[in-house]
Ligand binder design. Sequence first.
Ligand code: KG4
Ligand code: ZN
Length: 337
Amino acid sequence: MQILSFESSCDETSCAVVEYAGGVFNVKSNIVASQIDIHARFGGVVPEIASRAHCEAISKITYEALEEAGVTIENDIDAICVTASPGLIGALLVGVNFAKSLAYSYGKPLVAVNHMKGHIAANYITHPELKPPFLTLIASGGHTSFVIVHDYTKTETIAGTRDDAMGEAFDKVARVMGMPYPGGAALDKLAYEGEAVLKFPSSAINGDTLDMSFSGIKTAVLNYLNSKAQKEEEYSRADVAASFVESAVSGVITKLNMALDAHPEIHSLALAGGVAANSHLRAAVTKLAKKRGIELYLPELCYCGDNGAMIAVAGILEYNEGKRADVFLNASAADEE
Ligand code: KG4
Ligand code: ZN
C-alpha cells in the first residue's frame, strides 16, 4: 500500500509518500519545508507566523512529494495520514484541514497520527527488524519522555521531564551563547572543542523517580554566564558547552539505566525525536547498550527531526489496526492518542 502523509505540528511543513510492503517501509519522497530561517530572528517559533508559513508551503510540497514519488493521489494513494496532536494548534490545523480536504475530495481513507508516535515510528524505516516491546527515549524541542512500546500502536509513558524538554534546554543555552535558533546542533558540535570541567546540576532527579529535569542545568549555565559577564571575566564557551552536554546526557543515561533495571522484560532501546540526532547522546546510549547487552536502534539523522515520512509509518501501523478518521477530525495541542 502507499500512503500520502502530512506533518505541520511546529515549524516544519512536510509531505511524504511511503510504500509499505512485506513489513518494509520504502520512503518514495519526503519533502520538508523548514521555517527555521523565518523564526530565527525571533529566537524561537512564533505560532501565528508558523501557521501562515504552513499555509503557504503545503500545496507546493504536496505537488513535489507526489512528483518525486512518481504517483498520483487518484491512482496510487491508498490512504492519507496527518499529524493531529500534539503541537501548536494553529499549525496542526493547517495540515489536518488540508489532509481532510484531500481525503474527502479523492474519497480516500484518513488516519490521524500522534506526533510522538511518529517520532518513534521513524526507527522502523531504517530498522524493519525492530519489534515491540522496547523502550524509547523521545527527546525533542517540546517533549522528553521514556515510553514503552508494548505493541506497534500501544505505548505507555513511564517517565518524563518535570519542566523543560531536552531540546528546549539545548536551544535556550545555545541562545544565550549567541547561537541562532535552534542551537541544539551547534551546541552539540561546540562541545567537542571543550572539556566538561564545570559542574552543572544533573538532569537526573534524585531518588527513585525515573523523571528528569532540564531547567536546573539551563539556569545554572545562565547564572554562570551572567556572573562571568558581570565580573568581566574570560571563560571558555566550549567548556560551557561540553559541561552542559555532559550534565544533560549523563543524567538521562542514569535514568535510562534505572528504567531498564525496572523493566527486565525489555531488551531493546530506541531513540526518537530531534535530540536523537545529538552525537553525544548517541555515543552514550551506544555505550549503555553494549554494557547491558541490549539491542540499540537509532533513527537515521534525516528522520530525527520533524518529517512526513515518520507520520506515514505511524499512520500505516494505525491503518493496519483499522483506525480511521473522518471529516470531523480536529487537531489537539495536547498529547492525545
Ligand atoms: O523533534 P523536533 O524536530 O521538533 C519537535 O518536535 O520539537 O526537535 C527539535 C529539537 C530542537 O530543540 C533542536 O535544537 C534539537 O531538536 N536538536 C538537537 C540536535 N539536533 C536537533 N539537540 C541537540 N543536539 C543535536 N544535534
Ligand atoms: Zn517533533
